[in-house]
Design a protein around this ligand. Structure first.
Ligand code: NDP
Length: 327
């Protein structure tokens, strides 16, 4: 038996989340069973737990898009009992039972071995947000953005993806400008490695098709008008790695930055990203993460606290990363 958060839907369509005692037979099929130690509270988890977005696709379901733990049973040749593993995405916590649970059963091809540099707690302190930040940094690198190209902009900088992106870029020697709606967190962002911190309002006025060319690269978690404004202020051949929609799903932009400055808008999807890219991203995270800095932006909560914390995250009252202690 193990504890899990279970999401159910009543006949009148109302979603409920309760902490339940479940048995192994209730788990969905899969060739690897993992004893979960930590999960994380990501933006998508917050949408799922509060019912604010159509994240959960079948009921009943255990939410939680990521986890780290120890293999208990495996009929997959790549994994054996006792091995530490990580899971991010692949529909876990959306279509397949996910990480807010003491035990999970998943296909072995979804799992990544835990890099030896990390404990399971550190891996989830990074979690899907940190792994996505790394995918975004790798996207800038693949498109040829090097530290000497110019400044890099990171939006939503006090959030999960943003704060890890600031740390990683600074560690790689980039000049980082952090955008935040919480200027009171300026010192925290400078301590993570940002060179400049600017308020979100900088991008909120009337946007012209082309603004002053400022950034060689950008990592955007916001979408909406913010992403349009970021695109308009990129340098020639600048690259925007876009991964989020914290400000909105729309993109009220013109083609001017793309056809007049050769700006590249590169989308980043962590959920169905290839296994080779995942492995490379986790290896890069292991090499670049400063454990003390990561800990400074990490808060730990219990399974039971996840629902109330999800409300706070969507209200912009959570900063950095939230790990969920499961075991
Ligand atoms: P967080 O809630 O931790 O951070 C989001 C941050 O965005 C906030 O902390 C805030 O930072 C900023 N923000 C909030 N509202 C607005 C707004 N209206 N305009 C501009 N900025 C805003 O979430 P995560 O970092 O975990 O995720 C960020 C986004 O990335 C989400 O949309 C999420 O769904 C997406 N995502 C996508 C993935 C993918 O595979 N493509 C994977 C992981 C996440 P501040 O106060 O500093 O401005």
């Amino acid at each position: 038996m193990f504890d899990a958060l279970l999401a159910e839907k009543s006949e009148d369509g109302l979603q409920s989340i309760t902490l339940r005692r479940l048995s192994e037979e209730q788990l969905p099929p899969g060739d690897v069973t993992v004893r979960i130690e930590y999960s994380a509270l990501n933006y998508k988890d917050a949408l799922a737990l509060t019912g604010n977005g159509p994240i959960l696709r079948s009921f009943p379901i255990v939410p939680g898009i990521d986890f780290a733990g120890t293999v208990e049973n495996s009929s997959c040749l790549r994994f054996s009992p006792g091995q530490k593993v990580i899971l991010n995405g692949w529909g876990a916590g959306e279509k397949h039972w996910g990480g807010f649970s003491g035990l999970a059963r998943v296909p072995g091809e979804w799992l990544v071995p835990l890099p030896s540099a990390f404990t399971t707690r550190q891996a989830m302190a990074l979690g899907t947000a940190g792994y996505t930040a790394m995918l975004c940094v790798r996207m800038l690198q693949k498109q040829g953005v090097t530290p000497d190209c110019g400044d890099i902009l990171v939006t939503g900088a006090t959030g999960g993806v943003g704060s890890v992106a600031v740390m990683l870029l600074a560690r790689l020697g980039y000049n980082v400008t952090a955008v935040t709606g919480r200027m009171e967190e300026k010192d925290t962002l400078l301590s993570l490695g940002a060179c400049n911190v600017i308020p979100r309002q900088f991008f909120e006025g009337q946007i012209r098709p082309l603004e002053k060319a400022r950034w060689a690269g950008a990592i955007d978690v916001a979408g909406g008008k913010m992403l349009a404004a970021v695109c308009a202020s990129m340098q020639s051949s600048g690259v925007v790695a876009a991964c989020g929609l914290a400000a909105g799903m729309d993109l009220p932009a013109t083609v001017a930055p793309f056809i007049l400055r050769g700006v590249i808008l590169a989308g980043v999807d962590s959920v169905y990203c290839s296994q080779s890219e995942r492995l490379a991203a986790w290896q890069d995270l292991a090499a670049l993460t400063d454990p003390a800095k990561l800990e400074s932006v990490t808060t730990e909560i219990s399974l039971l606290q996840a629902v109330s914390e999800a409300e706070k995250l969507l209200n912009g009252q959570v900063k950095g990363r939230v790990v969920v202690k499961v075991a």
